[in-house]
Design a binder for this molecule. Structure first.
Ligand code: NAP
Ligand code: FE
Length: 369
């Protein structure tokens, strides 16, 4: 088998990366649009550091702070227009996966004035290359810093869908774990669950060998022990935060090559219909997922439990961190939610050990009945 690993992002790791390597901003242009959500970029200190670095490099900027969780294509379109009209030469995305993913899309809208919001999904049919994107992460979860993926919500359908491709990479990502220190406990847990799921879902795909397997094993070990510690106390030390952040980057490298499995698209249903944070929504299907891994990929499963604990303990830990008692899904609703997989079986289903059909997905959703 041939393994193809492509990850061209220049990653600057470590404390004070933005201030110490500000010259990389200057290499992207003289004017930028800063893209953030309402609060995370400010609370984390990343916005202040970025503005100081831009001032130092004599780069002018405007700010778009209208990105919400599970970013909407309409907001990205609006920000793209602002970038174009202001003459921005690059996009500087600061935040968690939402602001970072939005930045990748905004870069396309900025250079393609004829795009309607929905046209981002058809970018591969032909478009002008996007503006360069520079990212500063503030959550320890998605690994969007190193992935060629942007997960967007179509406001018309309410459905989350990814845009991907080599043109979706950031040119530079600043990876400084200190920006995650202000993340509240609840989001710390949900983003850690997302990172752990990336590592585990990627690990069990057939693409996860060689260097990817090393990244996956490292991420699984770092994130599993971090999740155990998170489950015992809401006090999160800086050391634990650093471990969560770097673990999330390793996990991002894994999904960038290996992709994710069925908990991701199934989790979208819980986010879209019940507002469950992304990582928690994926982890809601951990038990069903790991049971299939044990059944269809027993060798890797044995290695996985050697890196963590026995099957029952791993399941117990993840379920203790996923509290979704209020969610109710009737048989009719499960049928309706799974209709999106009727004719198009997502790659995430086929990449799961044993595969997954629409009917099986519908049955799994009924655990909430
Ligand atoms: P997020 O939606 O970016 O942020 C979650 C919340 O945390 C927001 O309310 C945000 O506030 C706040 N926040 C962020 N950083 C903070 C900080 N340092 N201090 C205080 N508050 C902070 O969460 P996420 O889990 O990182 O991203 C989830 C999105 O990424 C989903 O749409 C998911 O589908 C996608 N995703 C992408 C990839 C990929 O490869 N690209 C992979 C997995 C998931 P504000 O909004 O007010 O700033
Ligand atoms: Fe994810």
């Amino acid at each position: 088998m041939i393994y193809d690993v492509y990850m061209p992002v220049r990653c600057i790791y470590g404390k004070n990366a933005v201030t110490e390597k500000s010259e990389l901003l200057a290499s992207a242009g003289k004017k930028c649009l800063i893209v953030t959500g309402k609060s995370g970029a400010k609370k984390s200190g990343a916005l202040d550091d970025a503005v100081n670095a831009l001032d130092k490099e004599k780069i002018s900027y405007e700010i778009y702070d209208g990105i919400t969780e599970n970013p909407l294509i309409s907001s990205c379109w609006e920000a793209g227009k602002k970038a174009r009209e202001s003459g921005a030469e690059f996009i500087l995305g600061i935040g968690g996966g939402s602001a970072q993913d939005a930045s990748k899309a905004i870069a396309f809208y900025a250079t393609n004035p004829e795009f309607r919001p929905v046209d981002i999904y058809g970018k591969d049919k032909g478009c002008i290359p996007p503006l360069p994107v520079i990212l500063i992460g503030t959550t320890a979860g998605t690994g969007s810093e190193v992935t060629a993926v942007s997960v967007l919500t179509n406001d018309e359908t309410g459905i989350k869908k990814s845009v991907k491709g080599p043109d979706c990479y950031a040119s530079v990502s600043y990876c400084d774990p200190k920006y995650t220190y202000s993340l509240p406990y609840g989001y710390t847990v949900s983003t850690a669950l997302d990172a752990f799921h990336h590592a585990v879902e990627g690990y069990f795909t057939t693409k996860c060998e060689g260097v990817e397997r090393i990244y996956a094993e490292k991420a699984i070990q770092m994130l599993y022990s971090a999740l155990k510690e998170l489950s015992t106390s809401e006090e999160v030390s800086e050391e634990l935060r650093d471990s969560l952040y770097y673990g999330s980057i390793y996990a991002g490298l894994v999904i960038n090559t290996c992709g994710t499995a069925f908990p991701h698209p199934m989790g979208y249903v819980l986010t879209e219909n019940f507002g469950v944070p992304h990582g928690t929504a994926c982890a809601a299907f951990f038990t069903e997922y790991i049971e299939r891994c044990v059944k269809f990929s027993p060798g890797k499963a044995a290695d996985f439990f050697r890196m963590t604990d026995c099957e029952s303990k791993v399941k117990e830990l993840i379920s203790s961190l996923v509290k979704l008692d209020d969610i109710k899904i009737s048989p009719e609703a499960a049928h309706k939610y799974s209709a999106r997989w009727e004719n198009v079986i997502p790659g995430n289903f086929t990449a799961s050990p044993g595969g997954l059909t629409r009917e099986e997905a519908e049955k799994i959703l009924l655990k909430f009945n």
